[in-house]
Structures are given as C-alpha cells and as structure tokens.
Design a protein around this ligand. Structure first.
Ligand code: ADP
Ligand code: ZN
Ligand code: ZN
Length: 720
C-alpha cells in the first residue's frame, strides 16, 4: 500500500494542511488525485507518496482516524517541477496564503488542482502500421507521404489526400492514435539582426556581463535601447542552450515588444498571457515543460512556467502595477522572478525608465546592481510644456483643451504627423449632481459616484461595473430640475477634439472601446497605419508604444492622480507623466509633450517635465519618510471583506486586539463599500517584515475566528 499526503482543492485556511489517503498505485508529487472528502469528493494535489507496511487498522490505531482510499489518480506524471513545488511553499510563507492557492495560481486552468469540467484536447494522428496492404497508386502516394513524415495529424492528411486518407485507415495501412493537441510554433515573419550597440548600451552590457551579481536594475530613459539589451543578453543565453523569460506588463498594450522578440528569435518563442484560452495556455505550458519553447514573452503568470534551465529573466517596466496579483495569493511577480533567478543561477534584469521607489532604493543600497542609461538612442528628450489649467479657466478658455495644446495639435495635423492625447478617465462626465438637492448619483452597490457614458446613454460604476439608464429625475429627491455635469472623460475629450478640428480622424482606446478580444491590437495597428491622426485614451496608451510619426503627446488633467489619498498616488502620477513623454518623438523628428495640470509647481509634475527621475525619487522619499511609508517600512494589510458589517467589524477588531509585536497596528479602518461588500482593515506597519509575518501566521494558526472573509496583502501596492 501507498500512503499519500495531499493538499485539498479548497483554498480555505482551515484546510491548509495535507490530508492522508491510501492508494494501491503510485502517485507523483505534483499530480492530481481524486479523493473522498467530507460527504463528497475533491481534487487533491499530491505532496508525497510513500510505501507503507502498516495495514489500514494499524494506521487507524496510530493516527487516530481511519484513512480512506483515494478514488483515482488523475495525472500520470507530475504537473510541476520540483522547483515549482518548492516555490509554491515559499510563496505560501511569503504571502501568508494557503498552499493550494499557490499551486492553483501557478498552473494553467486545464490542470489546476480544482474540480472542473475542463478537458485536455486530443487529436487523431496516423502513422504506418505493421501490416502490408494492397494500395492504389494514389493511395501509395499518400502512404509514402505518411512514411516520410513519420506521423501526421489525421486532419492534415485528409486535407492533403481527401480521397485516400480514409482508405489507408480502412485497409489498415496506417494506425490511428491519439495525441495531445499541441501548440504550433510561432510563425516566423521577417528576421531582424541585432543592432550594433551604442556606446551607452555597450557599457551597460559590459557592466551586466562582467559582474556576478544576481539582480540588476537597468534604469534607462524610454528609447534608450533597453529592449535591445534584453535581446542581446537573451541571444547569449540561448547560445548556451538555456531558456529565457521576458516578462511584460500587458501583452495587448505592448505588441511591438512581441514583434521585436519574434523577429529576433522566430519559432523558439512562446507567448503567454491572459488573452489565451485555457487550451492555448496549457499547450504553451507543455511546450515550456518539454523544452520546445526557448524564449517566453509573457505577463505575470508566465513567471510560473516550468522552465528546466533558465539562463536569463527580464522584467520590463518593472514598476508596473500589473505585476502584483490582487487576489490571494497576493504575490509580486518580481519576488518570484528573483527567487527563480536564484534557483537557476541566472541573472534577473529589472528594466524601467521609472523604477518603483522600492526597487530604486534597493539599487542604491547595492541589493540590486544599478546600471544607468541616460540618453535616448536617436533623439534628445522631448520638449515639455506645462500648461496651468487654473490660468486657462481664469481667462475663460476651454477647461478641456488649452489654446496652447490646440495650437500644437493644429501644427501636427498640418504636417501630417500624429498626436496622442492621454486622459486617465473614461466616459463623458465623471459625475452628475442634482441641481436641487446637490446629491451626486452614486452606485447602489458601492460608495462611489457613477460616470455618465453619453454614447450609450448610461451611468456606469467603474468599480463594480453596474450600469443603469441615465435617470430623468433625481434618485434622492425626485426633482426633475436636471443635473450638473462634473468632470470629463475620454468620450467628452473626443467630442471636444472633433469640435475643434473639423474632419480630424480619431481613435479612442479605453475600457469601453476595448472590451472585445483583439480590440487593443486593432486600434493600435490602425493608428500605426496612420488611419487616424489622433489616438486618445486612458493610461493604457501610455505604455510601451513606439510610433515614429507621433511628435506630440498631450496629457489632460495630468495631475488628477496627485489628489488621491494613497501613499503611492504621487509615484503613479509621475510614472504616467514620464511614460507619456516617452511616447513622443521616437522617430526622426523631435517630440513635444504638453502637460495640462492644475498644480504646475508640484514636484511630480516638475520632475516629469525634466524627465528627472532621481530628483523625483529624492523628493518623494522625504514624504515616505515623514509618513513612515515603504520603502522605509513594510506594510501588511489585513482586510476583511464581507456582506455582513458585524462580521467584518468583529473580525477586524479581533485581529487588531490579538496581533501585536514590535510594529504598529493601525485600525480598524473602514473602507468604501464595493459591490455590496463592506471592507474593514487593520494595517501593520514596521521595520521587520519577518516578525510581522510571523505574528500574522501565529494569529491564523491559533485563532478560533472564522477567517473566510480575510484577505492578506503583504507589501500592498495601494491602500485604496
Ligand atoms: P527602450 O526599450 O529603452 O524604450 P528601445 O530598445 O525600444 O528602447 O530602443 C529605442 C529605439 O531605438 C527603437 O526603435 C530601437 O529599434 C532603436 N535602437 C535600439 N538600439 C539601437 C542601436 N544600437 N542602434 C540603432 N537603433 C537602435
Ligand atoms: Zn436631488
Ligand atoms: Zn458599483
């Protein structure tokens, strides 16, 4: 008999331990088994499987309960590598989550340890049989074709020999067998050769290659040629027969990155991102596992692919918030990347023009090796103009497009150059306020104002997605005096642009225009073909786009984010302003940028205008120190999310009272209601993260409270 220890599929803290089962057959660590559990069945994820000489009775006597038999083994071989197994258990400790949730986060949907109906797809294949058959000349031709290819999918054979394929099977000339459907290689377009490196790039390469340090921060201006460095380092890793992982924030928003990697490496490339369906993800997972994929470009979850011999990990735009998973386990991709780099003894390159403050602070302390590239490859940095909207409004100008920006747009349109306008709000108006009672229309499910979307004639809640028709009378007082419209979004901006420039061709890119699959790519490609003069949209257009014909970028309400209350809102606003600047003047012509802001003297605005990251860092660090925020301290956010206010308050208070140590316990903080769920939070803040983690783990292990509404976020990115 075998004794199996396995984790159970339910990510509940109470069940966060392995359960013992008996089995007649062997099961590998990291394979799934079906087991009886409670009154039903569950999927288990095998931790260990050992021979036991004890009889079930002896086991019962020793363990104090009767050990049940598993129902069946679901996977013949392990779904993960021993490395990934250890990584999951490490993540469990780091993020204070359940082990099973870590395994689930790692695996593609088809093979997640979870009860689901998902099936791995199989395809029919044929190969020559041992039999001899009497064939017609045409059938013989098909037969020889099969012989030549070794094995071929039945579908393909039928395409090529529609009249003969079936006959070959009937006559037993070929055998049909089933094979897992596998991903096709990425088609190779035109291949590109490496550039001759600039002096600055050469220095950066030498510094990275000449050092034994494990982690590098490549701090390079947008357009300084970081991507070329990634590609050349990747090339060298491949030459040594190793695999390469290139992490990017969002595939849909960085199509040019993929094109460049594909053009350099061709078929050895795998692309892994949330836009793939479950089968495609699984196929790519297998390609990496069996070594067919040598270079992977992927988003956050690609960091869990089953590489066997990594030679390089690149994390582009390392500051991007999409690298942090919000759900449990709330891990940061950077931490996982560095862990894997250590395991594979390979270098990890974190690249950004605006590194996260935490990363840059670590680089200054030599935890990461800092490599700097100040200059753009082709161009000087763009010229930035700051327009004070307070002045504009005082002069009675438009509060949407200033005269200066209009003038500059006009020049571009005349010269047939392109313009990007960035406004980080969608919809038409951000609020409607009753003229009579002054109440703002809020979402019935959240404590938030709803936006007005004029094209659809609807109100939308951007937090929970709730929509309703624009009301005719005030929902609060019933007055029909109408509403004041406040704030504006991309829809309103687009209308303004058309009002100012007759016949202008615009494309809008925001969550409203990109809900369908591939819509990002379509919009960006159309803009690339110059089918529009102006691309306008939310922050999704600020990322790694590279259009040589764009010579002007306007940021509307550029300091909107500075008003927010989160400790990182300055940093994200600064990033956005800097990234926007990076989109302009990437071709022959020099670029220009206009920031329309209400607080032109704010250091985030000023530093972005001078493309001066280091000054921003120094200024911002003063505020972080004054408020004792990261990177000066560590935070753990313990948030209870529930439909029941009493439960939330009770548990939060219990946490506050029962967790203590050499750190601050702040709270209970009541957060805004979202989607009919109240949120109560306790925040731990201190210098010793290990101690804070241990205190939380101790609480989890010893409390009698029901923890099902508890979300734990170690090193939260925002506290909103
Ligand atoms: P980053 O990733 O830092 O934004 P890129 O690698 O995209 O910078 O480089 C900016 C532009 O310069 C791209 O169009 C790229 O093709 C080009 N480029 C990069 N390195 C070189 C080089 N050594 N010689 C010529 N052009 C280069
Ligand atoms: Zn009213
Ligand atoms: Zn809502």
């Amino acid at each position: 008999m075998k004794l199996i220890q396995c984790w159970i599929e339910h990510p509940i803290r109470k069940l966060d331990q392995t359960f013992a089962y008996l089995s007649d057959v062997q099961a590998e660590q990291g394979a799934r088994v079906e087991v009886p559990f409670g009154h039903g069945r569950a999927v288990g994820f095998v931790e260990s499987c050992t021979d036991t000489a004890e009889t079930p009775e002896q086991l019962k006597a020793r363990l104090g309960f009767s050990v049940k038999k598993i129902i069946r083994v679901l996977d013949e071989s392990s779904l993960i590598t021993p490395e990934l197994h250890d990584l999951a258990l490490w993540m469990k400790e780091q993020t204070l989550s359940t082990a099973i949730s870590c395994f689930q986060a790692m695996l593609p949907g088809k093979v997640k340890p979870i009860s689901s109906k998902q099936k791995i797809l199989f395809e029919k294949y044929v190969r020559l049989s041992q039999e001899t058959a009497d064939l017609t000349p045409k059938e013989l031709e098909a037969y020889l074709y099969v012989k030549q290819t070794g094995e071929i999918s039945y579908h393909d054979l039928r395409q090529k020999y529609p009249g003969q394929a079936h006959a070959l099977v009937e006559k037993n000339a070929v055998d049909i067998f089933e094979k897992e459907k596998a991903a096709q290689d990425h088609p190779v377009g035109s291949r590109s050769l490496p550039f001759v490196l600039s002096d600055q790039q050469k220095r950066a390469m030498e510094e990275i290659e000449g050092s034994e340090d494990p982690v590098y921060l490549l701090h390079g201006a947008t357009g300084s040629g970081k991507t070329e460095i990634y590609l050349q380092l990747a090339e060298k890793a491949l030459q040594k027969g190793k695999q390469v992982l290139i992490l990017v924030p969002e595939i849909a928003l960085t199509p040019q990155m993929i094109e460049r990697v594909a053009a350099r490496f061709g078929t050895a490339l795998a692309i892994y991102h949330s836009g793939l369906n479950a089968q495609q993800k699984y196929e790519q997972y297998r390609r990496v596992m069996n070594g067919k994929a040598e270079v992977v470009v992927g988003t956050r979850s690609a960091v869990f692919l089953p590489f066997h011999d990594l030679g390089l990990i690149v994390m582009d735009e390392e500051h991007d918030a999409s690298y942090k998973q919000e759900n449990q386990p709330s891990y940061h991709c950077r931490d996982v990347a560095i862990w894997r780099g250590k395991f594979h003894h390979c270098k990890v390159i974190l690249g950004s023009a605006t590194p996260s403050l935490d990363t840059y602070a670590r680089a200054l302390k030599h935890v990461y090796h800092l490599v700097v590239m100040k200059d753009r490859i082709n161009q000087s940095l763009p010229k930035v103009t700051i327009v004070s909207m307070k002045d504009c409004i005082r002069h009675g100008d438009s509060y949407i497009l200033s005269e200066q920006l209009k003038q500059k747009i006009h020049e571009r349109l005349v010269r047939k150059e392109q313009v990007i306008l960035l406004l980080n709000r969608r919809g038409y108006n951000t609020q409607l306020r009753c003229r009579k009672c002054g109440e703002v229309i809020t979402c019935p499910h959240c404590d938030l104002a709803m936006s007005y979307h004029r094209e659809e004639g609807r109100m939308k809640c951007h937090a929970c997605g709730y929509e309703m028709i624009r009301p005719r009378v005030c929902p609060k007082c019933g007055s029909s005096e109408g509403f004041l419209t406040l704030g504006f979004g991309t829809e309103r901006l687009e209308q303004e642009v058309h009002a100012c420039f007759e016949g202008v061709r615009t494309l809008r890119m925001d969550a409203d225009t990109t809900s369908r699959k591939d819509s990002h790519e379509k919009i960006l490609a159309a803009f690339g073909r110059h089918e529009a003069d102006i691309l306008l949209g939310t922050q999704m257009i600020a990322k790694g786009l590279d259009y040589p014909n764009v010579t002007l970028v306007g940021v509307i309400n550029g300091d909107d984010g500075l008003k927010r209350t989160d400790f990182r809102s300055c940093e994200t606003s600064f990033d956005l302003l800097m990234q926007a600047g990076g989109r302009s003047g990437r071709g022959e012509q020099n670029g220009e940028v206009v920031y329309q802001v209400f607080d032109p003297d704010h250091y985030a605005v000023q530093c972005a205008a001078h493309q001066d990251y280091v000054s921003f860092f120094q200024n911002e660090m003063l505020f972080r120190r004054a408020g004792q925020y990261p990177p000066y301290t560590y935070l753990i956010a313990l948030t209870v999310i529930a439909s029941d206010q009493k439960y939330a308050d009770h548990l939060a208070l219990k946490i506050k009272n029962e967790i203590s140590g050499n750190f601050k316990v702040i709270g209970v903080i009541s957060l805004l209601k979202i989607q009919d769920r109240v949120r109560s939070r306790v925040l731990l803040k201190g210098k010793n993260l290990e101690e804070m983690r241990n205190a939380v783990q101790y609480f989890i292990d010893h409390t009698d409270a029901d923890l099902k509404g508890l979300r734990i976020d170690v090193n939260p990115l925002t506290l909103d």
